[in-house]
Write a protein that binds this ligand. Structure first.
Ligand code: HEM
Length: 479
């Protein structure tokens, strides 16, 4: 993530922090930060949040400041929007935190015991084993696969359309890309079935988040979810079994082969089920967030024609009509900035999966007891005029190498600390390549009379209505 003007996730999260401000005088344990009246149970606060999570959190930040206490029985939840304290929590206190148990349980129903859902030593081991496949150097090797899948998908886009369903087109494109990177294959006839399955499991997960406990899987109203999971598991298992039947020297150099190598080296720690679980996480985490971000990027390009033209000029200048390569991709700096700025305005995960304190934590002036829940709404920091002047405007140059620096922690679309997104470099490479190839071929514009899309949080942040844009061929397209 070179060139991000607030070097949050670009720094090795395991390294020591620069000197912090002098410690503030501490409040006594048991004194909570200010927050809205809870009443008897505080459950009305939950209702308020479920109606409009980000709007409600923004109001409380305005009224009570950057550390807000919510007493929602039986929990004490603390909402933190101070960049320095958010980093302190996720980096310095990483070992004292686990992800919100309920969220993890819901995810585990889909992902099993993958790096996304496990904690402690099990997580450390998986993360350490997987990291080499996702570091910037390894990611360069994925560029040809991304180019191949994108080229094939863009052939199906119409030359002219007044209302092209760009969100659904980009969602199936990112799915094609992840299938290419994982299995060196295409979805082909399964595409529609798999897309429907992903939609069904995401909707079920989103509903489950708001219930205190999940009903068992066999209840009749979960049939659609069961069916959808079966489709996704079959997809993974089919590729896994086919690969195992091949001689080793015929294995493609893709993510599945890397996972199966871990299995071959250490079948006790990496049984085939662990390989399947990682495939599911890579598949779901790897395309849904990128699809959401590219959808917002397409909107930002369509509604900011000057930035779109500048990005296309860069693409033409760097690629000269050719396709991106591992060598040329890093030179697409302005295109990357348009994506970084998109993620500032529309982070795919606008509130990081909440964290639970396993032991007492001192954060700034506050001393929190074990079991405190922390909620980290990154989108509020991204839209804070203290860190990003004129925060609502789309200005990719904020992320130029020579732009003024926002404080560390004020920008974190991929999270930060040891649990920062495993796929952040892959995601940036993928989105930059796709963006460049779209810009080479198509001009994007807002259909006449279309209002700005409203945001809806549905696991990832998406437009409330499926996004449609006008597309037209680019005069100079030579690809
Ligand atoms: C625009 C694209 C993406 C965004 C915005 C994004 C964002 C995030 C965020 C916010 C987290 C949680 C961080 C936390 O809780 O502190 C996360 C975790 C994760 N992401 Fe991504 N992600 C993206 C793409 C990807 C891709 C392409 C992959 C893999 C192919 C991936 C794999 C993961 C995994 C495995 C984790 C869990 C890491 C752990 O717990 O150690 N993500 N991502």
């Amino acid at each position: 993530m070179r060139g991000m003007n607030t070097p949050t996730s670009s720094h090795c999260p395991l390294h020591a922090e620069p000197p912090s401000p002098p410690p503030p005088s501490l409040h006594a344990p048991g004194i909570w930060p200010p927050g809205p009246q809870a009443g008897l149970t505080g459950w009305h606060l939950l209702r308020q949040m479920s109606r409009d999570l980000l709007g409600t959190l923004a109001d409380w930040q305005q009224t009570y400041g950057d550390v807000v206490h919510l007493r929602i029985r039986p929990e004490h939840t603390v909402v933190v929007t101070d960049p320095h304290l958010v980093r302190e929590l996720l980096v310095t206190h990483h070992d004292a935190l686990v992800r919100w148990e309920r969220g993890t349980r819901v995810f585990a129903q889909l992902h099993g015991h993958s790096v996304l859902t496990v904690e402690g030593d099990a997580w450390r081991h998986k993360r350490h084993a997987l990291q080499p496949s996702f570091n910037p150097k390894a990611v360069g090797a994925f560029v040809p696969g991304i180019v191949r899948a994108t080229g094939l998908a863009l052939v199906d886009w119409p030359a002219h359309a007044a209302h092209w369903p760009v969100e659904s087109a980009l969602t199936s494109l990112t799915m094609d890309v992840i299938v290419q990177l994982m299995f060196s294959d295409q979805l082909g006839e399964d595409a529609r079935l798999v897309q429907n399955a992903v939609r069904a499991v995401s909707e079920a997960a989103n509903t489950d988040f708001y219930w205190p406990a999940s009903s068992p899987d066999w209840v009749p109203w979960k049939r659609a979810r069961r069916e959808a999971l079966r489709v996704l598991r079959d997809l993974i298992d089919r590729h896994l079994q086919a690969r195992l039947r091949m001689p080793d020297d015929a294995w493609a150099n893709d993510l599945l082969s890397r996972l199966l190598c871990l299995h071959r080296e250490n079948p006790q720690t990496w049984p085939l089920q662990a390989v399947r679980d990682e495939c599911m996480t890579t598949f779901l985490a790897g395309h849904e967030t990128a699809a959401a971000t590219l959808t917002w990027w397409a909107w930002c390009m369509a509604s900011n024609p000057v930035a779109q033209a500048a990005a296309r000029d860069e693409v033409n200048c760097v690629l000269r009509g050719g396709t991106p390569t591992p060598e040329t991709r890093p030179a697409l700096r302005y295109v990357a900035q348009t994506i970084e700025e998109t993620m500032r305005l529309y982070p795919a995960a606008p509130v990081l999966i909440s964290r639970r304190a396993l032991r007492p934590i001192t954060l700034g002036a506050w001393q929190f007891p074990a079991r405190t829940m922390f909620m980290l709404p990154v989108q509020l920091m991204h839209l804070d005029p203290r860190w990003f002047p004129d925060p609502a405007s789309f200005q990719p140059s904020r992320f130029a190498d020579d732009a003024p620096q926002a404080p560390r922690g004020a920008y974190m679309p991929f999270g930060t600390g040891p649990r920062v997104c495993l796929g952040q470099h892959l995601a940036m490479a993928e989105m930059t390549v796709i963006a460049a190839m779209v810009l080479q071929r198509f001009s994007l514009s807002v259909p006449d009379g279309m209002p700005d899309p409203r945001q809806l949080l549905n696991v990832t942040l998406r437009p409330e209505q499926p996004l449609h844009l006008a597309v037209a061929p680019v005069a100079s397209a030579s690809v």
